[in-house]
Design a protein around this ligand. Structure first.
Ligand SMILES: Cc1cc2nc3c(=O)[nH]c(=O)nc-3n(C[C@H](O)[C@H](O)[C@H](O)COP(=O)(O)OP(=O)(O)OC[C@H]3O[C@@H](n4cnc5c(N)ncnc54)[C@H](O)[C@@H]3O)c2cc1C
Length: 335
């Protein structure tokens, strides 16, 4: 366990805003959480920080950031068709994907190159190219800061949904995820139904695990700005889910508007398309802007504060609402 005070956060958030945390505690072994939360100076205000790829700091964080650093991957079970691994929260998500692909294990490949830690993956049920973390998560291990107990939840108990889970709802501010069990398939099961993935995979010679991973990485690199060069947190907004009647009314005015079936009686709209058609793609406001190739992504051109990003986000939300009457909400966690 390591503890630092007045710690700079610039390198710990992908927007690269220059804020500080009053205290940050790194833990390697989940048992260290017993000590951190049981002792006299247990943090009253705290927040779990993974890789900081989905967090916007809008000021100094006055509490304690809890940062998992455990990096183990262990095989827990195996049969003819599957392998179950337990992965510690501090493992880089893409390192785990690479680990699976190298061993011929199917299920994680479409989620290649999503930045962040394994511990954060169940929180918003990360997803891309027609796959979601929930498709391979078997069990999530956590420390409950209310009961001070270590426990685990099955996939069903996590209440996964689109960019959503129990960790964003009932267990928000309560659970610290320490490890996740993933069940991968040994049987080839390519999932190429999404966007231009199939064409990219074919151009590499067919649907092998390695080709799918390379295709996903290539598409992502061509579409998304590199956080090392241009601070951003990926998609800043969630795709809004609206009543089908609302989608139908919009489609009557905008027949080319993309929309996808969601839960019963509802449809998912593409926030990027709405932002683009509201005239905000490429819009710049001082040191921040809407990316000119990917309207869902807000970027820090250098020196922006979290407040600058939030002012831009509000302007984008207003423009979309004024044109379409649809409210788009941040996917990013604002602190
Ligand atoms: C360029 C770019 C592209 C992206 N593309 C995608 C994409 O395609 N699909 C997608 O779904 N997301 C995408 N994202 C968002 C991001 O990758 C995910 O949200 C990822 O899970 C963040 O991981 P992190 O470790 O950085 O989490 P953080 O940003 O540190 O934290 C995110 C949230 O999870 C909580 N959290 C983190 N670790 C734990 C833990 N161990 N226990 C409990 N809570 C925890 C935090 O408190 C916070 O609420 C992208 C981000 C960027 C910058």
């Amino acid at each position: 366990m390591k503890e630092y005070t007045n710690h700079p956060l610039r390198a710990l958030n992908s927007f690269h805003v220059d804020e500080y945390a009053a205290r940050i505690i790194e833990f390697d072994n989940p048992d260290e959480l017993d000590t951190i939360f049981a002792r006299e100076n247990a943090p009253e205000q705290w927040y779990t920080l993974g890789g900081g790829n989905n967090i916007l700091f809008t000021g100094r964080y006055e509490g304690t950031l809890i940062h998992p650093t455990g990096r183990g991957i262990e095989v827990m079970a195996e049969d003819d068709s599957s392998l179950t691994i337990r992965v510690e929260a501090g493992v880089e998500w893409d390192d785990m994907v690479a680990w699976c692909v190298e061993r011929g294990l199917w299920g994680a490949e479409n989620l290649s190159l999503i930045p962040g830690s394994v511990g954060a993956s169940p929180v918003q049920n990360i997803g891309a190219y027609g796959a979601e973390a929930k498709d391979i998560i078997e069990r999530v291990y956590l420390f409950d800061t209310h009961t001070l107990q270590h426990c685990s939840l099955s996939n069903d108990e996590c209440h996964f949904a689109y960019r959503d889970s129990i960790f964003k709802r009932e267990l928000r501010g309560r659970a610290i995820i320490t490890a996740v069990d993933f069940k991968l398939s040994k049987i080839a099961s390519p999932n190429l139904g999404y966007g231009d993935l199939s064409r990219e995979v074919e151009s590499r010679g067919g649907a092998t695990l390695q080709n799918i991973r390379e295709a996903v990485c290539a598409i992502r690199r061509s579409k998304l700005p590199d956080t090392a060069i241009l601070g951003n947190a990926g998609s800043f907004f969630k795709n809004p889910i609206v009543e089908s009647s609302v989608a139908d009314a919009l489609l009557a005015s905008y027949p080319d508007m993309p929309s996808y079936p969601a839960t019963e009686g509802r449809r998912k709209l593409a926030a990027g398309w709405l932002i683009d058609r509201a005239g905000m793609k490429g819009h710049r406001q001082g040191s921040v802007g809407v990316h000119d190739r990917q309207a869902l992504v807000l970027v820090n051109f250098g020196g922006a504060t979290g407040g600058d990003v939030m002012a831009l986000a509000a302007a984008v939300q207003e423009a979309v609402y004024a044109k379409f009457g649809v409210r788009i909400e941040p996917e990013v966690n604002v602190l």
